[in-house]
Design a protein. Structure first.
Length: 500
């Protein structure tokens, strides 16, 4: 029997009324297992209205109340992490261990939100003039919204709403309609932890729901993670409607391997970073730049390791990589491999046509490795978002950095070397928001911020960390002058001597 996913508005499940439904498939079998309600603009209005009503009291609630709820929420998430991961595997397809890792990274931001009291401390300057003090404080924005992608259906929402509500805002989440169930469970657990009705709402939908949020006059800010074309649309539309926006876009993350690098470590890193989560992550390494004469040896080491990766359903503990999210996405990823040779690449591994016994209708694709890829080929220029690794060749360090900096994307990058001086130059010269030194996927810990440069970010704030707190609050400066008590009007005795 097909499961139905409805909206979560005002602290309870609200059945969809638009009459529009989206299919949710099990990527391992290709079978439709769930249908999800797709909201109308009126249903988005209802979610925003619930959030606006809740803000009247949540926005002035004490920090102790907010953090107390968040501590209970963290405990519930920890206790139910297997269940959350199970929903991710069922609808996204990633292996269970990978799904557990996603939940763990989301929990980091919940933990940061539990300590929000430190992040929200203001500043005070006393006696800037005679009996004049100046205080700087931060206050919440009101109703804020998050629009999140399919590839991390639990982690990316947790990168947004815990900090937003800890800062005193109320939240409307529009998760991906491809894997919606995890978002509802996150909201239900928040209610169980004591979060008041309407503080966190989940409305499912497609472009109709997204545009309704971007244009809604009661939504003060929008957070987004997804592809660059949609990020640009989100930023343009929401900004035109007077909203604060952080829109994280796509990526083409490079890994520069210098001739002195430990090639075994570099190959291990390239395989895990390129093919983990089936390449469906914005921090995946999708382009390795081999400098000097090491290219052939490095490609061979990557090939040897890639051929050993066990592909299968995410519910099988032996599986190291699962299927792609949809059949259409699988076919699009495969097209980059089948067209690579005609554009000058050497196809070292071709994962197209791969299938798994007993799961022939699943959205399967094997690991692909393309060598000697040109910078004007489709496989290099586009964000493939699948298990396809491109290897490019560069004669020198300078050529490699120039190649990376010429990319329109600037999300994450890494260098593999034993030379500290070269690593220091790289981290200063490369044009990307996140840099790894012998670390292939440099996703910052929760108390630092995540975000890229160039076409990988639209807006001024990165997500979570200090940037996240600043995004979900606005500054206010208060200048105060009080007369001395000795100057009290005649007849008012405050107990101070008059000759003070």
């Amino acid at each position: 029997m097909t499961k139905t996913v409805h909206h979560w508005i005002g602290g309870k499940t609200v059945e969809g009324t638009s009459g529009n439904w989206g299919p949710v498939t099990d990527p391992a079998t290709g079978a439709v297992t769930t249908r999800v309600a797709l909201a109308s603009a009126e249903e988005v209005d209802a979610a925003v209205a619930a959030a606006k009503a809740a803000y009247a009291t949540w926005g002035t609630s004490s920090l102790a109340q907010r953090t107390g709820i968040l501590f209970r929420y963290r405990a519930l998430l920890d206790a139910r992490r297997d269940e959350i991961a199970g929903l991710i595997t069922a609808e996204h397809g990633k292996v269970h261990s990978d799904a557990l890792g996603e939940v763990a990274r989301g929990l980091e931001i919940v933990e940061l939100a539990c300590g929000i009291t430190v992040q929200l401390k203001g500043e005070l300057s006393t006696q800037v003039s005679s009996r004049v003090d100046v205080a700087a404080i931060r206050q919440p924005l009101g109703v804020v919204a998050g629009i999140t992608p399919f590839n991390f259906p639990a982690m990316v929402p947790m990168w947004m709403f815990p900090l937003a509500i800890a800062c005193g805002n109320t939240f409307v989440l529009k998760p991906s309609e491809k894997d919606p169930s995890a978002a509802n469970l996150l909201a239900e657990l928040a209610a169980e932890a004591g979060l008041p009705d309407g503080v966190l709402n989940v409305v499912h939908g497609d472009k109709v729901a997204v545009d309704a949020l971007l244009e809604h006059p009661d939504v003060a800010a929008v957070s987004f993670v997804g592809s660059t074309p949609i990020a640009r649309h989100i930023h343009t539309t929401a900004s035109a409607n007077g909203k604060r926006v952080q829109a994280l876009g796509g990526a083409k993350n490079h890994m520069l391997v210098l001739p002195d690098a430990d090639l075994d470590a570099a190959a291990d890193a390239a395989v895990s970073a390129a093919y983990g989560s089936a390449g469906e992550r914005c921090m995946a390494v999708s382009a390795v730049v081999a400098v000097g004469a090491i290219g052939d040896e490095l490609v061979e080491k990557i090939r040897e390791r890639a051929e050993k990766i066990k592909i299968g359903p995410g519910t099988d503990p032996a599986s190291e990589m699962g299927p792609l999210i949809t059949a259409a996405h699988r076919d699009k990823v495969a097209s980059y491999v089948t067209g690579a040779a005609a554009q000058g690449a050497e196809v070292v591994l071709d994962g197209t046509g791969y299938t798994v016994d007993g799961y022939e209708n699943g959205h399967w694709i094997g690991l692909s490795l393309l060598d000697k890829v040109s910078t004007d080929s489709d496989a290099y220029r586009d964000e493939i978002f699948g298990p396809v690794l491109c290897v490019l060749r560069a004669d020198t360090y300078e050529d490699g950095v120039r190649l990376i900096n010429d990319s329109p994307f600037g999300n994450g990058t890494a260098i593999f070397t034993r030379d500290g001086g070269a690593a220091r130059r790289f981290q200063m010269e490369v044009q990307a928001g996140m840099v790894g030194v012998n670390v292939p996927i440099p996703v910052p810990v929760g108390y630092h911020s995540f975000g890229g440069w160039k076409d990988s970010l639209f807006g001024d704030h990165h997500i979570y960390g200090n940037d996240g707190v600043h995004f979900y609050t606005r500054g206010k400066v208060v200048t105060t002058r009080w007369p001395d008590p000795s100057e009290a009007p005649a007849g008012v005795d405050l107990g101070f001597p008059r000759n003070h």
